[in-house]
Design a protein around this ligand. Structure first.
Ligand code: PLP
Length: 382
């Protein structure tokens, strides 16, 4: 299998066998340069270049690129600092009342659930979480929690711990059938799995930028379906929430008529530009192409892990729907295995008492084989 991108595009891969995109992905040299150039320009020239006009329009290109990534309209995209912040703002915007509920899962990434738990303390709404069976969500059980009192289903497209991928369209159909919104956290899928908010009928989607999108810390993106713009009053609000951002009028809160009403204050703009550059590169390579490639790497990895006696936490490792592979090694201290791999330059994360591997477009078949060879030696050490 031929490498998908040339080795010099992601400099980190020349030094490490980097299998940790589910935690933090390395940046392409273009994305890193765009981030640093922006910061340098601000440091050297302040508002001489980055004037109020530029600051007003700073998210325009992200909206265009984000819209291409998600299949949305540009006016449906907002820039954000991180996924957690956007989820909080959305939870407060919805503020389900005491007779309402929100559906999610007990094994979700905390930022997907905590905002609702916090809102529930104020409004008295119910937060319904699926039980977990060996870190796997049962989609039927999830759907069974949705009823006519459900305000929102809030769930990750791909689970951070196991790579389990949910059928977003099926969830949207059930949620909408009960008058509920579908809110998707695509932090573990955007950049690696094709997304289409129209085909999947998603209402709201958030994604952080530093994982599979290969952007920097400090940048994220929020999609809000156009039909919801006028109905949602963001939980986080500030001078950027309005349509005339430098026309300060403290006595009149007039929301921007688009998703940009969720952009409430000064953001790490340079990071946003870095993330946008990273996404442009991924789109150039092709998300479908990346998805196929990542799955092929993950399949090879899963096969090699099985040969080494691994037990998979990832459901159906041989029918992978994302490239996260989480495995345990019987009789081994899993944290030690993860630590030793990192010491040997094979970058992975310990998660849920197992080792999580997450190959992405910059990896090669040789990386997978190198990780497996290294693992074989480490397993023999104890
Ligand atoms: C599904 C999911 N959502 C959100 C986050 C965190 O996003 P942020 O750091 O941008 O708040 C993570 C991080 O692991 C994640 O896996």
């Amino acid at each position: 299998m031929k490498a998908l991108v040339s080795a010099d595009v992601f400099p980190a891969t020349q030094h490490y066998t980097y299998l940790n995109a589910a935690s933090v992905a390395p940046m392409s040299k273009m994305a890193a340069k765009a981030t640093l150039d922006w910061q340098e320009d601000l440091a050297l020239r302040g508002t001489v270049h980055f004037d109020e006009e530029a600051e007003t329009r700073v998210f325009d290109s992200l909206r265009e690129v984000g819209a291409r990534l998600l299949g949305s309209g540009a006016d449906e995209i907002a820039g954000a600092s991180n996924a957690s912040e956007s989820l909080c703002s959305i939870a407060w915007a919805l503020s389900p009342g005491p007779d309402k509920n929100v559906v999610s899962s007990r094994i979700e990434f905390p930022s997907v659930v905590y905002p609702w738990l916090r809102v529930a303390r104020t409004t008295g709404c119910q937060v319904r979480l699926t039980r977990d069976e060996n870190h796997v969500i049962d989609p039927d059980e999830l759907v069974g929690l949705i009823d006519d009192q459900t305000s929102a289903v809030c769930i990750s497209h791909v689970q951070y711990s196991t790579g389990q991928r949910l059928d977003v369209r099926a969830l949207a159909d059930v949620a909408h059938g009960h008058g509920a919104l579908l809110i998707v956290d695509a932090t573990q899928s955007a950049g690696a799995v094709p997304l289409d908010v129209v085909a999947d009928d998603v209402d709201i989607l958030v994604t952080s930028g530093y994982k599979w999108l290969c952007g920097p810390f400090g940048a994220a993106m929020l999609f809000v379906r156009r039909a919801l713009h006028d109905m949602l009053e963001p939980g986080l609000v500030g001078w950027r929430s309005t349509s005339t951002v430098f026309d300060f009028q403290a006595d009149a809160l007039q929301w921007a008529p688009s998703a940009s009403r969720f952009e409430f204050g000064t953001l790490a703009y340079g990071c946003t530009i870095g993330m946008m550059t990273a996404i442009e590169h991924l789109l150039e390579v092709g998300i479908e192409e990346i998805h196929r490639y990542d799955l092929a790497l993950a399949a090879r990895l899963a096969e090699g892990l099985a040969d080494l006696g691994a037990e998979f936490v990832t459901p159906s490792p041989h029918e992978l729907l994302s490239s996260i592979v989480t495995a345990r090694f019987p009789g081994q201290d899993q944290a030690r295995v993860a630590r030793r791999l990192n010491e040997e330059g094979v970058v992975v994360s310990p998660r849920i008492g197992a080792v999580r591997f997450a190959p992405h477009l910059y990896n090669t078949v040789e990386d997978i084989d190198q990780a497996l060879d290294c693992l074989k030696v480490i397993l023999a050490e104890s």
